[in-house]
Ligand binder design. Sequence first.
Ligand code: DGY
Length: 326
Amino acid sequence: MDRPKVYVTRQIPEEGLALLRRVAEVEVNPVDAPVSRNELLKIVADCEGVIGLLTERIDAEFFDAAPKLKGYANYAVGFDNIDVPEATRRSMPVSNTPDVLTNATAECAWALLFAVARQVIPADRLMRSGEWPGWGPLQFIGGDVSGKTLGIVGAGRIGTAMARMSRGFNMPVLYTSSSNRRNEVLESELNARLVSFEELLEASDYISLHTPLNPGTKHLFGADAFVRMKPTACIINTGRGPVIDEQALLHALKTGEIAGAGLDVYENEPALTPGLAELENVVLLPHIGSGTASARADMAVLAARNLIAMLEGRKPETCLNPEIYD
Ligand code: DGY
């Protein structure tokens, strides 16, 4: 019997590709750059399975271009790039990679938080310049972390992990929930409080964003939100860029409405809003939240296992539309 053809839109860790190769003919985009839309639509014409990234739009046009497709596996936990209702309408299984990157992404949020709080990047830059004059009492004065209030917007898996990591710093934790559902783990372990968005903005010293991107969360942080934040507060985003209106953020950072920002994700990736890179009170990472060796390898294995299940007509472990199997 012919082995199914599978396309992987970017080189991913070998652990996942090796699994796929046991059951399928695997073609991997040989270029270390996103595949163009036109090329993708051409390539998938004879594919039964595809593993893609958050840079690919998986929508009606994509499904139309892939008449033999049995399933699509996202190499990401976020799935705002997938039109899930459209996939469901076509009884097409789609999956993502939750859990395996939770700690890596939460740790990245902490890396940003500390880098912003203690001015790690400008201080490092001074050392490299060779112009450090020696110890000075007023150099690079930062903000405290211990005892400060942490606000979590989107207390799902990653938001919960980020909050739990605050235990060593004795931080009061506030969180919001779009469904108003209580997070038992945060409340029992950390005495965290579910509060309104407004209270979280006004009371937090550090706000960490973990909410998925959807029409309700796009530009959740705009001018109105920044004016409510403390002038000493910092915002951290390892979720999805468009949750922040970057023009409004630029204004808030420039005028001192807020003290700092640590960003791993951007409104129009890979472009950066002009002016952001010139500011000293912002730390900018190139969307590396899940970028640890083990998280990326585990994502590859999970995406591969999901796709193999779909090729074999089984429900994938982390299916985004399990109802199609009912
Ligand atoms: C995700 O998984 O959604 C990240 O943005 C990439 O790892």
